[in-house]
Design a protein around this ligand. Structure first.
Ligand SMILES: [Zn+2]
Length: 237
């Protein structure tokens, strides 16, 4: 009997630890990061500028998420220059409902010297280059959410959610645009992925250097459908 009691106590303790996974709830805030801005135009080709496309896509995504009742915020709402770390500081200090968790989505446009290069890809960070998720700079809300975990645990949870979000975005995009070349999920040492303390992905929507993709990305209808695909991906997490 005593042994059964001990077993039950262990079981309850493990279940409550599982339930307390900081990413077990819903996404309660989406921080949308429009790449480049101000004095940093990003890539330019086919009479288009990356910083303008990333901003209009980010605004379309914010609108779509708000329509679905998902809290969203932008790191920049106009043509402003922001350092990469400033973007991360905005995300890391953001207010969110602690029954869920925040995610960070950075929007960029690709470019290549070959005008035929094309396609959609999503980046996650590399496993071995994460800064401590709990440090003196962690916001009170994130610290409250993360305080019962070690940095190693948080990293492993966060990596899984980021990978799943990247997969979801690729499959939602492939359903919405079956004719676009799908380059898939990749990982890279991007500052905004390494220095945000939450699941984070960087989306490369298409190639500005490819005339057909540039034209498509500038289209309102494309931007709205893309926003809806990303919102679907977030709801499926
Ligand atoms: Zn870029």
């Amino acid at each position: 009997m005593k042994r059964l009691l001990v077993f039950l106590c262990i079981l309850v303790a493990s279940l409550s630890t599982l339930a307390a996974n900081p990413y077990s709830g819903d996404v309660s805030l989406v921080v949308i990061d429009a790449g480049h801005g101000g004095s940093d135009p990003g890539a330019m080709a086919n009479s288009l500028v990356e910083k303008d496309l990333t901003l209009s896509i980010s605004l379309a995504l914010e609108q779509e998420l708000e329509k679905r009742g998902i809290d969203a915020m932008l790191t920049r709402e106009d043509d402003t220059f922001l350092e990469l770390q400033e973007r991360c500081d905005i995300a890391n200090g953001a207010d969110f409902d602690v029954s869920g968790y925040p995610v960070f989505i950075s929007i960029h446009i690709n470019s290549a010297s070959s005008p035929s290069a094309s396609g959609f890809e999503v980046y996650t960070r590399k496993a071995d280059r994460r800064i401590a998720m709990l440090s003196e700079a962690t916001s009170d809300r994130l610290a409250l959410k993360y305080s019962s975990y070690t940095n190693t645990q948080l990293n492993s949870y966060e990596m899984k959610v980021s990978a799943q979000l990247a997969e979801n975005i690729c499959s939602a995009f492939a359903s919405a645009f079956p004719d676009v070349n799908m380059r898939g999920v990749k990982s890279e040492e991007f500052w905004v992925l390494n220095a945000t303390w939450m699941p984070s992905v960087l989306v490369e929507v298409g190639f500005i250097s490819n005339a057909g993709e540039a034209r498509r990305m500038a289209d309102d209808g494309f931007q709205r459908t893309l926003a809806s695909a990303i919102a679907d991906a977030l709801e499926d997490l």
